[in-house]
Ligand binder design. Structure first.
Ligand code: G6P
Length: 612
């Protein structure tokens, strides 16, 4: 989704900005732009449709080198107005240039007011309203800061806004509400971005702005003001995040790299949280024991892949910990009247920690009577982490591919550890069961490494999908949400329409769709539901459906007419949902490759959805 980079220095900041935009490309966008001002107050603005590379080329084509000691840059993911050069940021008005993440909900009303004041709009973008409004307010203000403060009072919606004034090329003004902004500190130069990843190659010292904060940034100084306009100090932290953005290494795509990294990312997730036989409750939080004892209900809120992780964990919470669990999509939860159960723990799950709907749902829930708010997250210092009481980091490392892979399996591993700790506190899980779960988790990284040997077999299989328009994924029990995740992955990466069904529901509708043009992928591990699943397989087979069945080597399901069986090594039932996810990810990856899609940045999608 939209990305912001800003810089003020005594040297030319153009390359810093372009480099920062490249580092934000993974988030998904459709156009980009840059505006820089030099010491003599000359403003250069360039915008392009498509990739940042186009912007870079446009800069190179300029007769003279583009120079600016202050500047802002942006990658835009269209919300208001189609993807086009005209709608791309920065937007300008008079001496003002603005970039913006978020949505200004009252932009139509403001547009009318500004038109009545004589402003002529060049684009359909809501951000242009901001440029004109700030330009207007500046006429009656003593500083750019004052003009921005007067502007934000009039806004409804969410924003991270950065403004420069051609006439004062020494100061960036930035403010946020609902969209993250991080300030990066250099030596005699300062930076800002919507994601610290954009700046990790130039600084390790960061300050996160809080809701409603506004900052004035010069190359020497950063002054922060809170929502009331009072000068405040915000903590500067030193990041120890590794700069993972660097390279794909031996891999062709980040998605492929991230699929193959899962053995090691899982090791990171479980390290210090389990030992040979035991779940280490302290390893998931020092004060967590008291809270776990009280929990009678768990409410999970998430979006996308993170929601599918929550759906899988629901089975675990009820089966393994005996605690009732509800899971809801954040965008639904936040807009309905919900009943808070007694002694309920609210868990948000999010890779980025910045998903607008998940954050809004958390903020809403905080007004209700939950016993605590836990975030299961991959991004340190994200808004979700900063606003929650209990934090469980999934430690998957930076995930660059837009479609989540390693963060899903790490989310599952962490959720399983949490459920086991809860079951233990509730005396629901026996010592033997705990041992079994811990043992299964300990074995998993190695088993996943071995499973990746199926790579070529799945690549071969993917050829069967080249001309397919629809696909159906089936699973039962906790394999139903794994089928949902598999289906989401295929849809995102290959653009093939896909649905996931709980296999028992087949006869209530989807059977009508079965024909030779619709591959049906079945997740059939060797568990207590296998016999039921076999009947569902027969239902498809009898109607001429094309089946691909992923099962365990120790079942009696064998390849037959219209039925390709992929046998996986047998594995503990407990970790099997994590394990069966891997071939599903590989399948989407290879189908995407065959279809020629951009697997790392699928069209229209964003890694971190910071608008609702
Ligand atoms: C976007 C991404 C998905 C992700 C979802 C939720 O749609 O493309 O991969 O699952 O957002 O994101 P979160 O960061 O909250 O897990």
């Amino acid at each position: 989704m939209c990305g912001i980079v800003g810089a003020v220095a005594q040297r030319n900041v153009t390359n810093i900005l372009i480099h920062g935009l490249h580092r934000l490309e993974y988030r998904g966008y459709d156009s980009s732009g840059i505006a820089v001002v030099d010491f003599k107050s000359n403003l250069t603005r360039i915008r392009c449709l498509g990739k940042v590379k186009n912007l870079e080329n446009a800069l190179k084509k300029k007769k003279e080198q583009v120079f600016g000691n202050i500047g802002i840059a942006h990658t835009r993911w269209a919300t208001h107005g189609e993807p086009s050069e005209i709608n791309a940021h920065p937007h300008t008005s008079g001496d003002i240039a603005v970039v913006h993440n978020g949505i200004i909900e009252n932009h139509e009303e403001l547009r009318k007011i500004l038109q009545s004041r004589g402003y002529i709009f060049a684009s359909e973008a809501d951000t242009e309203v901001l440029a004109h409004l700030i330009e207007w307010e500046l006429r009656f203000s003593n500083s750019l800061r004052e003009a921005v403060q007067k502007t934000t009072i009039q806004l409804e919606g969410t924003y991270g806004i950065v403004v420069i004034d051609r006439k004062n090329p020494k100061c960036l003004v930035v403010t946020r509400s609902g969209s993250p902004i991080v300030i990066g500190f250099g030596i005699n130069e300062n930076f800002l971005a919507s994601d610290q990843l954009a700046l990790l190659n130039i600084t390790r010292h960061f300050m996160y702005l809080e809701e409603g904060d506004l900052a004035e940034i010069t190359y020497q100084k950063v002054n922060v003001f809170d929502i009331k306009g009072q000068k405040v100090e915000r903590k500067i932290i030193e990041s120890n995040s590794k700069d993972h953005i660097a390279a794909k290494g031996q891999y062709h795509h980040f998605m492929q790299k991230e699929i193959f990294e899962q053995a090691s990312s899982l090791k990171n997730a479980i390290e210090g949280r389990i030992n040979k036989d035991l779940i280490l409750t302290n390893g998931i939080g020092v004060h967590i024991t008291k809270i776990l004892q009280k929990i009678e209900h768990v409410q999970i809120i998430a979006c996308g892949t993170s929601y599918n992780a929550g759906m899988t964990a629901r089975y675990w919470f009820e089966n393994l910990a005996g605690v009732a669990c509800d899971v809801e999509i954040a965008s639904e939860f936040r807009y309905r009247k919900f009943i808070t159960r007694s002694n309920s723990l609210l868990i948000t799950i999010s890779q980025s920690g910045e998903t607008a709907d998940t954050l809004a749902a958390l903020r809403l829930a905080k007004k209700k009577n939950y016993i605590s708010f836990m975030a299961i997250c991959n991004t340190e210092n994200s808004s979700l982490v900063r606003e929650s009481d209990l934090i469980l980091m999934i430690r998957a490392g930076a995930e660059i591919g837009v479609a989540s892979t390693k963060t899903f399996t790490n989310q599952l591993a962490i959720l399983l550890i949490l459920v086991t700790a809860l079951g233990k506190q509730k005396h629901f899980i026996s010592i033997e069961k705990e041992k079994e779960i811990v043992n299964a988790l300990n074995l998993l990284p190695k088993q996943i490494d071995n499973l990746l040997n199926l790579n070529q077999e799945i690549q071969y299989l993917s050829k069967g999908f080249i001309d397919k328009k629809n696909t159906l994924f089936l699973g039962r029990g906790e394999f139903y949400p794994i089928a949902m995740e598999a289906s989401l992955k295929l849809k995102e990466i290959s653009y093939i329409h896909s649905e996931a069904y709980a296999a028992g529901e087949l006869k209530h509708g989807p059977l009508a769709l079965i024909d030779v043009n619709m591959p049906v992928i079945v997740l059939a591990p060797n568990n207590e539901l296998l016999e039921k699943l076999k009947s569902n397989i027969e239902e498809v087979k009898a109607r001429g459906g094309i089946l691909y069945i992923f099962t365990s080597i120790d079942t009696d399901i064998k390849t037959d007419k219209g039925m390709t069986v992929i046998s996986l090594p047998s594995i503990s039932e407990i970790t099997a949902p994590i394990y069966y996810t891997i071939p599903m990810q590989l399948l989407s990856y290879y189908v995407g490759l065959i279809k020629g899609t951009n697997v790392d940045q699928p069209r229209n999608l964003a890694k971190s959805v910071t608008v609702e």
